[in-house]
Every structure is written in C-alpha cells, then in structure tokens.
Write a protein that binds this ligand. Structure first.
Ligand code: IMP
Ligand code: MG
Length: 334
C-alpha cells in the first residue's frame, strides 16, 4: 500500500471517517496515524449494524491489525481519549506522540464562554482554539506531562518513517476541511490550524517527499456547521425537499446544506495536491444508487456528476461512496 494522506475538501464532515475505514479494512495499512486539530473533529464510521462516533482515535481502528497513532500536531483531551480507548477496546494498539498538546478543563470553559470563539465563530466548544493559543504562547502541557497518558507515549515520526523504510502501508487521516483552514479558509470563521495535506504530514512527522497519494474527500452536497460564509448554501426548504438533514457529530448542531461548489473544489484540490478524489453522498443525488458497488450500476445522472467533478477538479474520482456503511462504495483504483 502506498503512503496515503486523506483530507476533507470542503468544510468538514465530508465522510472522511467512512472512506478511511474502508481504506483501512481494504488496503490493510500497518499503521494509521491521525493528524488534524483535535477532539473538535467528529468522524462517523458504520460497520455492519454498528455505528461509531470518534473524536480522538483514528477511524482506521476498524482494521484490527493496524497500529494506531496520534501525531504531535494533534491536541489531546485525555478525558475524551481515555473514554474512546475504553469503549472501543483499543488498549495496546494506540500510541500518542509525547509532544501532543493537551486540552485542559480551562480551555474548554474558555472556548464555551468566549463571545468571540463561541458566539461569533461558532466553535465546537471542545477547547481546541484556546489550547492551540496556549501552545503558541509556549504555556501548554504536552502529552509527556500527563500521568494518565504515560502508557501510550511514543515517537510517532520515528514509527512512521521506520514503517515507510520497511515498505509498510501508512495511512494518515486528516480532520476538518479545507474551508475551515486557518490559512486558506474563510477567516476568521475557521478552526485554529491549517487543515491541508501538508499540515497533516507535518502533524505526524512525515516529510512531503514521502507521500505517494493524497485523497481529497468531497461530498456531493457540501455542508457547514457553525458560522461563516457558504457561497453555495441552499435554503432549508430546498434541503428538506432533497431529504437532506444532517447534525454535527460533536455538537449536534444542524448542518447547513449546499450545492456542489466546483470553484472551491478546484482550489482545494490544488492546494492539497490531490492525486485522487473520493466523492461521498452520491446516493443523495439519486437514491437508486444507494449501496451500489460497481460503476456500471450507477445511474446516468450520477455518472455525469462524477465526470463533472473530474472536470472541475482535474483529478480522477477513484472512490465513490454510495452510503454510510463501509462496504457501500465503488472503488475504481484498479
Ligand atoms: P473550533 O475548531 O472548535 O474552534 O471551531 C471553529 C469552526 O470550525 C466552527 O465553525 C466549527 O463548527 C468548525 N469545525 C471545527 N471542527 C470541525 C469538524 O470536524 N467538522 C466540521 N466543522 C468543524
Ligand atoms: Mg465530522
């Protein structure tokens, strides 16, 4: 398996968790490492009738032989982390880089109380913004300073680069989405860090020359939670007419729904250096495509949409997700 980074191309919640879980079970990477901001992320993974919502541990956990790592760039909330370790029985499989920043209670309180962060920006209230600020101020604790994390501590870059030296499969999962990147998103309505593929490489400590594939995930109908501009947002009536209603995994807030944004997709694919696109939610475009696994079985409408996405992004669409369960996918990688 080539070394792969997967990121979100729109405003987050593109279906990254599902695509990662599929890639992990199908391609069987030796290591799955998480980059990204921290527990503000919510990834949903459905395997059979089981549904998991993850905020800290990699969504690739569903492939039971993979080592799971959390990169130094990521903020760790020890409470959320320990809860996930216990509920998904991940003891012994997970490593946390010694240098991860720590989210303290006071960061969460500040994030929830602050009129600018919570009120204006519509933060998730998970403490990430204040914790990253503390990190920049050089006042943050690191994972190595937290007693409860001791048994998980490791050197993520060393593990990953050794895996690459051995020719082992490495999958790096990004979180959030391009539109809420601190650098390239709709500032100030953004998260507290860059969210592009280069940032994910830095988060886990892999140099850019060692990445083979960058998968950018786009959803057919983009969504946005929290405040900020959303050029292709549709009216609630229109979304209801299309039977699209979504709620945030972390905050349970209602997501705003939009139309496909080709211009944004092109720009996002460019900055991410996408080598392939994963397109999710085509079953929303045409319900008859729900659960389809073969390209030939997709409707004309969906095939035309896939062609449009390739035209807009100038990147081949190689994964087409046709439903939330991990087996509901068309894999064109050959
Ligand atoms: P923060 O990252 O919690 O500070 O939130 C800043 C903005 O990013 C808010 O609009 C959040 O709704 C949004 N955001 C942060 N993480 C995610 C995510 O994983 N998915 C979708 N939106 C997110
Ligand atoms: Mg999410």
């Amino acid at each position: 398996m080539p070394s792969t980074i997967l990121v979100g191309g729109f405003f987050g919640d593109e279906g990254k968790g599902k695509i990662i879980a599929y890639l992990a079970t199908h391609d069987k990477p030796d290591v799955v490492a998480r980059g990204g901001v921290g527990p503000n992320a919510g990834h949903t993974v459905e395997v059979g009738s089981k549904k998991y919502a993850l905020r800290m541990v990699p969504s690739g956990f569903v492939y039971e032989s993979a080592r799971l790592l959390i990169g130094a760039g990521v903020l760790v909330d020890p409470r959320v982390f320990k809860r996930e370790i216990a509920s998904f029985r991940l003891q012994g499989r997970v490593g946390v880089d010694r240098r991860c920043g720590i989210i303290e209670e006071e960061h969460i309180e500040e994030d929830k109380r602050d009129a600018h962060l919570k009120g204006k920006i519509g933060s998730t209230g998970s403490g990430c913004g204040p914790a990253n600020a503390a990190r920049v101020f050089r006042k943050s604790r690191q994972a190595k300073d937290v007693k409860e994390l001791e048994e998980f501590l490791c050197d993520v870059p060393l593990e990953l680069n050794e895996a690459l030296d051995l020719g082992n499969g490495v999958l790096v999962e990004g979180t959030q989405g391009f539109g809420i990147s601190l650098l390239y998103g709709t500032y100030p309505f953004v998260t507290s860090k860059d969210t592009t593929a280069s940032q994910m490489a830095a988060d886990v400590g892999i140099g850019p020359t060692r990445i083979d594939e960058v998968v950018v995930v786009f959803k057919s109908f983009p969504t946005r939670v929290g405040e900020g501009p959303f050029e292709t947002q549709m009216t609630e009536e229109k979304a209801a007419g299309l039977h699209i209603e979504e709620y945030g995994t972390v905050t349970r807030r209602k997501r705003r729904i939009g139309e496909w944004d080709g211009k944004m997709a092109a720009y996002s694919a460019m900055i991410n250096g996408a080598t392939m696109v994963a397109l999710s939610g085509v079953d929303r475009l045409d319900a008859s495509c729900k659960g389809v696994k073969e390209y030939e079985e997709l409707s004309k409408e969906v095939k035309e949409f896939v062609a449009k996405v390739e035209h807009d992004t100038r990147v081949p669409v190689k994964l087409i997700s046709t439903g939330p369960e991990i087996s509901e996918i068309v894999d064109l990688r050959g």
